[in-house]
Design a binder for this molecule. Structure first.
Ligand SMILES: Cc1cc2nc3c(=O)[nH]c(=O)nc-3n(C[C@H](O)[C@H](O)[C@H](O)COP(=O)(O)O)c2cc1C
Length: 191
């Protein structure tokens, strides 16, 4: 453990599976704090190439029903078990926030604008953890489905960067094996 609290949070960060989340979720004030942290990411050119869609309360069940209907449309033979799961997908957590990457035509490359949306997702995870909640960054199938995109009112240049599920951990997550850091670090040297 690091003695510095911010570093301790970074070095111990873990996701909690949406399936392992329970109430309570963040209060309205805490949601605002999480959004402010997301909104504070590096943003080359002051573009703000992201937007946030909040799913709370009954909206979670309503959106899950959209997922169920779409699942049935894609596969009319989908099992009752799968359809039940889809009908409850967003009810796994007290709160879900979709982070939408919204790059625009600009001299700042679209790639940088997309990275900024990824940073917004990460800040949400960290802010949630700092407030004592757990979070998981998911995309799953519905981030990429054409019809679901239209339910989210995405324009042609927009993509789902992530659905951030936020709630209270039913149990503390175990440590997760990480890639070997030393294999991923090198020192550039002049030829
Ligand atoms: C862009 C992005 C999308 C992800 N989508 C999924 C997903 O659809 N399903 C999943 O199980 N994990 C997904 N993950 C991984 C989890 O968010 C999480 O990182 C993983 O459960 C490992 O836990 P950790 O964050 O504690 O390392 C995604 C991660 C990223 C960065």
């Amino acid at each position: 453990m690091h003695e510095n609290k911010a570093l301790q949070a970074l070095l111990s960060r873990r996701s909690v599976l949406a399936n392992n989340m329970i109430e309570p979720g963040p209060s309205a004030e805490e949601v605002s704090t999480i959004l402010r942290a997301a909104h504070r990411v590096p943003d080359h050119g002051k573009i703000g190439p992201w937007r946030f869609i909040i799913f709370k309360g009954d909206a979670r069940a309503a959106f899950s029903n959209v997922l169920k209907a779409r699942t049935q449309e894609i596969d009319p033979g989908a099992s009752e078990k799968l359809l039940k799961f889809e009908a409850e997908r967003f009810l796994r957590a007290p709160l879900v926030i979709a982070v939408i990457s919204s790059p625009i035509e600009h001299k700042v490359p679209a790639w940088e604008q997309v990275l900024s949306a990824g940073a917004a997702c990460q800040n949400m995870l960290l802010a949630s953890q700092a407030l004592g909640y757990s979070a998981q960054w998911l995309t799953e199938w519905y981030a990429y489905d054409e019809k679901i995109r239209s339910h989210l009112k995405l324009n042609d240049s927009e993509k789902v960067a992530g659905f951030i599920y936020i709630g209270t951990a039913a149990e503390k997550p175990k440590e997760r094996a990480r890639p070997d850091l030393s294999e991923r670090v090198s020192y550039w040297e002049a030829y």
